[in-house]
Ligand binder design. Structure first.
Ligand SMILES: [Zn+2]
Length: 278
């Protein structure tokens, strides 16, 4: 990817992030690796929805500005951390998409297997614990996820995606927010049905055939993320695996039914018995 194309893509991605409401004011930041020791990044303090290629800055891998009149993003440290940890990636996008950020505030990772397209293209999205924005604190919590995941929720903050180029990382942010919106609606409607192991297995085969990297999206490696927080009961979640199951356990058709499933089954049998005794 040339410097010219990278700049064009950063400007375009910034415009889309702003228009979709994934960032407000001067939020968010985008960068691309243009050489082994050079990145081009959005500047601090400007709205990313109205940037021009000349607004962008070029930095070395220590975050020193090499060219461009404006200072790079305050989150440049997180971008450099990701490039150092992942030699395979060429772009980083950070934003605050409202629904996905809501999940990060609620402490709910997007790790359940519910949507085929998300499993194939994005995989799981864990939560990195909170770190103060603009400093090294924000990067360290991502370390445990960085090798195996391309999208991370940042606790009480937002989301970051990485990719093979700027638009690849941008589209992962779109997929992440879209999935979060669907999951929120499902929760509001009364439940989330998980795909079972066989269904997920077929999707993983498809993912492999498409050459998409990353681990089994249903099974997190390393330290497990926080389990979904218990709600006050107003938003019941129906699951095909037992409540409290480790996130490292893929759902299986034989898993224990949830309380809701048991109640439904008992009610059905009682009604059948009553009908027979009429
Ligand atoms: Zn942020």
């Amino acid at each position: 990817m040339t410097l010219h194309q990278s700049k064009q893509d950063i400007v375009e991605a910034g415009r889309r992030l702003y228009e979709k409401g994934y960032i407000a004011s001067s939020d968010g930041n985008i960068s691309a690796r243009i050489a082994e020791d050079r990145i081009v990044a959005t500047p601090t303090g400007l709205c990313k929805g109205t940037l021009s290629p000349d607004d962008l800055c070029i930095c070395d891998m220590d975050g020193n500005r090499v060219s461009g009149g404006l200072r790079p993003s305050s989150e440049i440290g997180m971008h450099l951390f990701l490039y150092r940890e992942r030699p395979d990636i060429k772009a980083v996008v950070h934003a605050h998409p409202p629904t996905a950020t809501g999940f990060s505030v609620a402490g709910i990772p997007l790790t359940d297997c519910v949507l085929p397209e998300v499993i194939i293209t994005l995989g799981s999205v864990p939560i990195a614990r909170y770190g103060t924005p603009g400093g090294p604190e924000i990067s360290e919590p991502i370390r445990q996820w960085v090798k195996n995941y391309d999208a991370y929720l940042l606790e009480n903050h937002g989301a970051t995606t990485v990719g093979s180029d700027v638009m690849n990382a941008y589209f992962k942010m779109e997929t992440l927010e879209h999935a979060a919106r669907i999951l929120l609606v499902a929760r509001q409607l009364g439940g989330v049905n998980l795909l079972n192991r066989e269904q997920v297995g077929k999707l993983l085969q498809l993912r492999e055939r498409l050459g998409i990297r990353g681990p089994d999206p249903a099974c997190l490696t390393g330290e497990a993320p926080r389990p979904p927080q218990t709600t006050d009961g107003n938003i019941p979640t129906r699951r095909t695996r037992s409540a409290g199951a480790s996130p490292t356990d893929c759902p299986t058709p034989g898993d224990a039914p949830s309380d809701q499933d048991l109640i439904t089954e008992i009610t059905r049998r009682v009604m059948e018995t009553l009908k027979r005794s009429d």
